[in-house]
Design a protein around this ligand. Structure first.
Ligand SMILES: *Cc1c(COP(=O)(O)O)cnc(C)c1O
Length: 385
């Protein structure tokens, strides 16, 4: 950001704030990712009202495309007008009532957040944990399910804090066999790696706009199975959040009488529609393959520079690479040189991994050989100084 000019020093009445002029960053962190110019252009479309029939048609298009990207036929599929964490909260506040048991799998920051939200719903939380950097072993879930009868089992598909891809099929099957609802955090995996909501028996799923979808942050695509909807209809208590109560917001997104619920972020929805169009033009399979190809390309180059992958082979995320720095390199100062001199953003470690790793994102538009070449060349220059 350029220095603000202090030209209002003596005029408190006519305070003027200079135009902002942000640097042109290359986004290679844990989100937001780079956004296609078509998406930015869509966002600058003149406003229409949030109940304008033309806007309702845009919402319908968004719903259809989100269903395709989640690979689901779920009718209750829409986009929450708030970031990924609000999608998480939507899933839990609608499914949990005080006194319910919730089995929460924790293998990083976002598993902890799920447990925190579930506790705030008044649920009794049973935690299944694995060390950060590892996935949850289905046997852990199996053992836990023998000692409780939870209403939901919740797990993070792509743990952005560690770079772990969590296999879901076995745990999903156990969850259904136990009569529980399967809740999945797909904030980072959505549109970046294989994700089959119907085939995998997922009952509630939420994502975010700013990761592999490459739309601006602030929106959360979600989807709920008929089983989940049935469970919501059986509630004895009101959902404690007015804004996130699906029984009300769903009438804004579908049905015969589309009723006002809140003022939708119209411009952000324009962007969402265009970002989804771009995903489907590329094709989901092609997009997943691109994310894998670029992951291998980055890995090859960064290992040559002495970095090591944190996560063991077979459990690595294609869109979020957790790397341990070579001995003797100060992670914080190199990260700041990357940002300030090369305009490249990479992510720092979180929680237990703070100061130990970098999280290099190759999400959506940021998953490209050019991004990788820029980062690797910059790192070569910096480390040869
Ligand atoms: C980013 C992220 C979230 C939170 O999304 P926000 O948009 O930051 O609220 C939740 N879960 C995972 C796995 C994430 O990567």
């Amino acid at each position: 950001m350029s220095e603000p000019t202090n030209n209002n020093a003596n005029s408190s009445e006519q305070a003027s704030v200079s135009e902002f002029n942000t640097s042109r960053r290359i986004l290679m962190g844990p989100g937001p990712s780079d956004v296609h110019p078509r998406v930015l252009k869509a966002m600058s479309t003149p406003l229409i009202g949030h109940l304008d029939p033309e806007f309702l048609m845009i919402m319908d298009d968004i719903k259809k495309m989100v269903q395709r990207c989640f690979q689901t036929k779920n009718d209750l599929t829409f986009v929450v007008s708030a970031p990924g964490s609000a999608g998480m909260e939507t899933s839990l506040v609608n499914l949990l009532e005080p006194g319910d048991e919730a089995l929460i799998c924790i293998h990083g920051v976002f598993g902890n957040r799920l447990a925190d939200v579930a506790e705030r719903c008044g649920a009794t939380v049973i935690k299944v944990e694995s060390p950060w950097g590892e996935s949850i072993d289905p046997n852990q879930v199996k053992d836990a399910l023998q000692k409780c009868s939870p209403k939901i089992v919740a797990i993070v598909h792509a743990e952005t804090s560690t770079g772990v891809l969590q296999p879901l099929d076995e745990i999903g099957k156990m969850t259904r066999d136990a009569g529980a609802l399967f809740v999945v955090d797909a904030v980072t995996s959505f549109c970046g790696t294989e994700l089959k909501v119907d085939e995998w028996g997922i009952d509630a799923i939420y994502s975010g706009s700013q990761k592999c979808l490459s739309a601006p942050p602030g929106l959360s695509p979600v989807s709920f199975s008929d089983r989940a909807v049935h469970a919501m209809e059986q509630r004895k208590t009101k959902v404690q959040s007015w804004f996130l109560d699906l029984s009300m917001v769903r009438n804004y997104w579908s049905g015969a009488k589309r009723a006002y619920h809140h003022t939708a972020p119209v411009s952000a929805m324009f962007a969402m529609r265009e970002a989804l169009r771009i995903v489907l033009e590329e094709g989901l399979e092609n997009r997943f393959e691109r994310h894998w190809t670029n992951h291998y390309l980055l890995m090859e180059g960064i290992e040559e520079l002495g970095f090591k992958m944190l996560v063991k082979e077979g459990f690595r995320l294609p869109m979020l690479n957790s790397v341990l720095l070579p001995e003797g390199l100060d992670e914080a100062s190199i990260r700041s040189i990357l940002l300030n001199e090369y305009d490249i953003e990479v992510g720092a470690g979180l929680g237990a991994l703070a100061g130990k790793i970098w999280r290099i994102g190759l999400m959506g538009e940021s998953s490209s050989p050019n991004h990788i070449n820029m980062l690797l060349s910059a790192l070569k220059e910096i480390t040869n100084r």
